[in-house]
Write a protein of this length. Sequence first.
Length: 336
Amino acid sequence: MSTRLLRRLTAAALVLALGIIMLGAWVRLNDAGLGCPDWPGCYGHALVQPGAGVEPAKAWKEMIHRYFAGSFGLLVMVLAVIAWRRGKGRERWFLPLAALVVVFQAALGAWTVTMKLEPAVVMGHLLGGFTMAVLLWLTWLGLIGSRPVGGVQRGLVTLSRVALGVIILQVMLGGWTSANYAALACPDFPMCRGSWWPHANFAAAFVPWHKLGVSYQYGVLGGPARVAIQLVHRIGALVTAGVVGTLAVRCLRSGMPRLERSGSMLLALLGLQFALGIGNVLLGLPLPVAVMHNGVAALLVLAVAYHADVLRSARSVAVDASSEAAAEASEPAVAE
């Protein structure tokens, strides 16, 4: 297969991955995560069938998500086989790794249903979706011949890595907030329940695993525990804004057109995500805003991953260049 066709198929898989992330949020926000209580079918059928206990609207939402996820999984498997047989480029490793993540994602999807929306599983399922998107994004960057940015300071390289770690933690916090139905635990902003530091139960808020056999739809935590989750999510948002914003500003001031453009995009996505988060609270979690909040979060992760990738490569190029210069300086001069 030609590089051009592989590049196009990888781009299609990436778009599909982003769509499935938003589709999953749409299903969850419609309280349709248990629309089909079994897996992979729905009440034992490949299509939604009328019957006792079936809520067709919710069941179809869940099955549509599964159909798209299944199609995506098959596409990634095909890409992984092609990339491995080509035997060159980062795609040889990234696409097979994405295929392994797909398999694990399928298991998490099944456990999400059979464990009745256990928060740790739901959060892991979300993180798996973001992981696949990042792997496809980095693969596509390699296929289009994305080059490293040379001549950058070591501190910017480190900052890009820190920003990537911080935003991944914030995605996990967002997933935990959603899985525990804590998005509206604080219905006001910037304060929470009329206070800067309301009563919160942090001990109960972050218990990693709960007992099985209990339905976690609509959440099982008390109000103070949900407030604690929301407070930590807001604090995480401020930290993320500070770190990622600093990365964007330093790129804007780098004097390099490529970094200036990417820094502008990063700053725009950060501002939009912050506005969507505030809108979720003040508007009572409207479905379009909440779904967009998930989608922009994915784009923001990809934007930070892009910077971590090109700046990581830039560091290795800078080291190689300095080594060559030192070697040339150490060679004795040849008389003409």
